[in-house]
Design a protein around this ligand. Sequence first.
Ligand code: ADP
Ligand code: MG
Length: 491
Amino acid sequence: MRDIAKSFPGVRALDGVSFTVEPGEVHALVGENGAGKSTLMKILSGAYRADRGTIVIDGNRVTIESPKRAEELGIGMIYQEFNLVPELDATRNIVLGVEPARGVFLDERAATARAATVMQELGIVLPPGLPARLLSVAQQQMVEICKALVKKARLVVMDEPTASLTEREIDALFALIRRLKSQGVAFVYISHRLEELPAIADRITVLRDGRAIVTEAAKELSQDEIIRFMVGRPLHAQFPELPRVSDSAPVVLDVEGLRTAAHNAIISFSVRAGEIVGLAGLVGAGRTEIVRAIAGADVPLAGTVRIRGERVVVRNPHSAIGAGIAFITEDRKGQGLVLDMNVRQNTTLAHLDRFAHYGFIDAGAETRVTSHEIAELHIRTPSGEQPVRNLSGGNQQKVVLAKWLIASAQVFLFDEPTRGIDVGAKAEIYGLMVELLKRGAAIVMVSSELPEVLGMADRVLVVRDGAIRREFARADATPDGVMAVATGVES
Ligand code: ADP
Ligand code: MG
């Protein structure tokens, strides 16, 4: 790709980017949210047309006017949101996109055999007959890769493939990538997990503000250097200084005898104003279940939740909003962001009564409040009128926060708040948490990243098998100590 430029209304997404991939190479593409990574790859895969620049494959200049054309050219694209047909099994999904030979109808048996061959070559075993919706995320991803390869992809683009995989699944994915590499298949690999790049990438290109800042062999770039290229400014301490919580600070959230359905465990804890309580534990330990019960996303079997001493009955997410409980998950679509609506609409949607006078919406007030939050939270958007879909993940996360701030929430439940978010935006989210603390909020944070829990929490509660097994004060919480309890080595 040579000198590629692309603008959207109000945004120059790409500004003369050149990018090459060699056969059998894994080329990592990194950059902060909004740097232009996805746009560059969407141009390569025919989803967008570039305003300027050329694409050359095997020395020939090509025009990629559609995803279909990209496929013909051997470019396979695996988006973060998979495109599988949920009711069909792995084999049928793999076969689905295969075109029959000219003039001949798709020979189902031949196609099935081809899917089986591809899976076998890759050493992938997937339960036959099982609908894709019942496959794990890792398995679905394997199906996507097979789909690309059955169409003879020579270049596979993966946009953040490991964001929701376990360590074990990541190992399996990397093994698969290496096997395909040795057959000459090339990869463009987009990831925010810089620590995994040395294990998989041959070269790294850093994009910043729509420009390619550097392309270098992976072993020549340290993580610190990559971060410096990404943010273009020295990044200060990863975690902000937390305000001190005084012992006399009022208890904002008090959970007593909460009984969760899946683990049938009894949960009691409280959080003071200005305090962050971290829930640590292994994936599947039951941390999300606890915050979901408090947020009314799942109805608990028993127990009492008090906000500033007042008992609240939270039966669904809507009543949680009324009670002042904000629930922020990594799934930004699932928590009420309407991607096709703009920033202003998303910010004020749940609170239109605040802006209504005699049945009319006070558009001026709505715009003022939105602009205020855009400035306060440093939401990167040309204006409040930009559709949220066009914002990067970190900035979408901030819109979610803006919405809750307007709702005057007092309790913020964060579930994996920074998953899939780059280092720069992460630091900003941490900064926002501190901002919330200063406004007197109480925060509960679930995170699978131990450094994040240890860096941000005033107290760490370790969850195993659905129950709180141990509480660590900030000063006593060490990685080894927390892990020992989380894994059950110590009880
Ligand atoms: P990355 O994938 O690196 O996070 P993107 O390529 O998604 O970055 O975005 C680059 C810039 O282009 C961002 O400012 C984003 O808001 C903007 N953008 C991306 N897609 C669109 C679109 N369809 N309409 C308007 N702006 C967009
Ligand atoms: Mg992207």
